[in-house]
Design a protein around this ligand. Structure first.
Ligand code: TXA
Ligand code: MG
Length: 328
């Protein structure tokens, strides 16, 4: 019942998956694990279910959602693939890569899901629980990260429950997300592929598959954003962030990286050995842990701008950006 304030947190066994798929069919919201972050899932064909996602997240309407599918064949039914899309899908799906492609008129996907754009973002997740849910449900599922808009993404079922609580009917508990940072988003609707959001699949890996470097779309320069989701302030903890910190100031907690971190009373180290993959997996969970009322600010040590470090720095810069006026 919608009246229930607490979501059902279910084991992702056959019975749990069936209950989650039934909830999706009823137009209700289901949070599920993917290899990147937890998704807040809804039936992509239902305007009402998609609207419920925007409402639960408190997300600005102009921000389109990613449509999750069981395989590339299902994706081809809702968007028009290009030869490049075929190549990237064959190489990286299932996995942390999202492709933006022209939507088919007959896609059946809610226009609200794509925020009225002529394109749709599609992704085939690799996580076994996501795969099972998509297979049993048998349709396209929109799934933004399962957090309130502008807040830290969820990488455990507990994060989802804390952030969204009774706004979601079911949470499938698949443990901790292995990658811990959202998928890489590539726009293939233009003359050249453009990176809209750095993420779990590195630019280096994509460039190697394409045989050339990928264009970074500069959508923070005040011109019309190509990826409307890239609001300047995003992924923000309650406490302010101070980036490129070399020392810890009074009242600050420390988000450290690598060996030789300075002393602090409250400290989390993304990766004591300096491993960027480990750091990405820890990022959101550690921000959650440091975001405490007694903390004045979170000092963040520099993270190298290569590989997954680019995606980590992208998220940290957004988290540190000036906050928009408090949402109504
Ligand atoms: O890893 C992920 O991608 C997670 C998990 C749950 O799969 N999902 C996720 O979805 O991060 P979301 O909705 O939080 O992020 C969607 C991103 C936004 O930056 C949005 O602007 C962009 O994809 N996007 C979606 N549709 C688009 C479109 N048609 N054109 C351009 N950008 C689009
Ligand atoms: Mg998000």
């Amino acid at each position: 019942m919608q009246a229930s304030p607490a979501p059902a947190i279910l084991e992702p066994d056959a019975a749990g998956i069936r209950r989650a798929a039934t909830a999706l069919r009823q137009g209700r919201l289901v949070a599920f694990p993917t290899e990147t972050v937890y998704g807040l899932g809804a039936d992509a064909r239902s305007d009402r279910a998609v609207a419920a996602v925007f409402a639960a997240k408190g997300r600005p309407r102009f921000n389109p959602l990613i449509v999750h599918l069981a395989d590339a064949e299902a994706a081809r039914r809702i968007v028009r693939f290009t030869p490049l899309a075929e190549r990237l899908a064959a190489r990286f799906w299932p996995g942390p890569l999202t492709l933006v492609l022209p939507r088919r008129d007959e896609s059946g996907v809610s226009l609200l899901a794509g925020a009225g754009l002529p394109s749709l973002a599609v992704r085939v997740p690799r996580h076994a629980v996501a795969q099972a849910l998509l297979a049993v449900f048998g349709g396209p599922v929109v799934a933004p990260s399962a957090n309130r808009s502008g807040r830290i993404s969820a990488t455990t079922a507990a994060h989802v429950a804390r952030g969204l609580g009774g706004r979601v009917a079911v949470i499938l508990d698949g443990g901790r997300c292995a990658i811990g940072i959202e998928s890489t988003v590539i726009d293939l609707t233009g003359p050249r592929p453009a990176l809209l959001r750095p993420g779990g699949l590195t630019q280096e890996e994509i460039a190697a598959a394409l045989g050339r470097p990928i264009l970074e779309s500069d959508d923070d320069d005040g011109s019309a954003p190509r990826s409307p989701g890239r609001l300047a302030s995003h992924y923000a903890p309650e406490r302010p962030l101070r980036l490129e910190a070399k020392e810890v100031r009074p009242g600050e907690a420390l988000l450290a990286f690598g060996p030789g971190a300075p002393q602090a009373t409250l400290v989390e180290n993304l990766s004591p050995s300096g491993d960027l993959e480990e750091a990405a997996a820890n990022l959101f969970a550690m921000l959650h842990r440091l975001d405490r009322p007694e903390v004045g600010a979170i000092a963040v040590m520099p993270i190298p701008e290569r590989g997954l470090g680019r995606a980590i720095n992208d998220r940290l810069r957004r988290a540190a950006a000036p906050r928009p006026a408090a949402p109504a």
